[in-house]
Design a protein around this ligand. Sequence first.
Ligand code: ZN
Length: 408
Amino acid sequence: MSPSSVELLRQIKSRIKEVDPSVVHELIGARNGSANGASSGGSTGAPVLVDVRETDEFSAGHIPAAKHVPRGYLESRIEGIVPDRSTPVILYCAAGNRSAYAARTLTEDLGYEDVQSMTGGITLWKDRGYEVQIPRALSTEQRERYSRHLLISEIGADGQQKLLDAKVLLLGAGGLGSPTGLYLAAAGVGTLGIVDDDVVDLSNLQRQVIHNTQRLGAPKVDSAEESIKALNPDVEVVKYPVRLDASNIMEIIEGYDVIVDGVDNFPTRYLLNDATVRLGIPVVSASILGFDGQLSVFKPYEGPCYRCLFREPPPAELAPSCGANGVLGVLPGTMGLLQATEVVKLILGIGEPAIGRLLLYDALAATLTEVKVRRDPECPICSRDPEDISDEEMGVFPDYEAFCAAAG
Ligand SMILES: [Zn+2]
């Protein structure tokens, strides 16, 4: 007569060795504690911890450093994980039953000499308050949403995770900020900060496509957030309905991975440059006027900073920064998407970002030309170590605002 499943389990457990989670916890702790490479040495060898649960269970959380071999694949895969049959093996599952069967298989069928099953499984392990590692995986919905990224070998699931973890700050939700904001959101950049103290005006809608006619008069940060959320709920929007100035810039930009500069005035651009060089944050900068666009990536200490190119602001009367200027409505779309592309490259660490290069786009001629730009060894900002620029100095930026006021 065949034994009942309960009786069978009892028989199996009487034939294998079991180990309490507290002992496993100590073994793992000792291994993590000894960073001198002692783990692989010794005649007995460190035990290998193997999780025999199904893939979805393992993905939901497992013991740190555990190898994963689902019980159904034990016979075919264990040799790849533990080639030496004298190596001690500790198996665990959810509650200690499947690992007991697996221990019997390893010992009696496959000839492993030192196999133990952890009693109570990961359930008891968690009850004891021991650490569980949750591997980060894209959800089913995310795998579908970003499937065209997953198909590119330079991006893939790891790259998509980098994008989801990235924090990008948009300076302005205007002509350039509109396309960059929309496309970075669509690409799955997980956190988008937006600095803008303006409201949506009818004259914006010729180019600022993140806003729409229904939202006239609404704060641009709110309107942009609504569009981004509707496009991709994965994205967290952080709103700064303020003007960037010397009193708030350090607080706002710290912690962002990349800054997208769509600033349309010189004073803020210099202020931004000094602060980002100090904090080591790369800036993807673009500007537009008429039918012409410019773009460059300023990565502190890898290429020139903005002041290396333009040591001083132009005379106030020549600065096209303080009033309204004409621009082809399509142009900020072109330049904004070049910016978004550079941002994605910086986050993923792929390609050749436009560091030390100024790209000049002439929409009427349909030409893109490139000017090499070098670091200025005499640069008042980036020729110094960031540590040499004291906190006191950082708080005291020149009065750039007066510059703009002087332009009338
Ligand atoms: Zn510089």
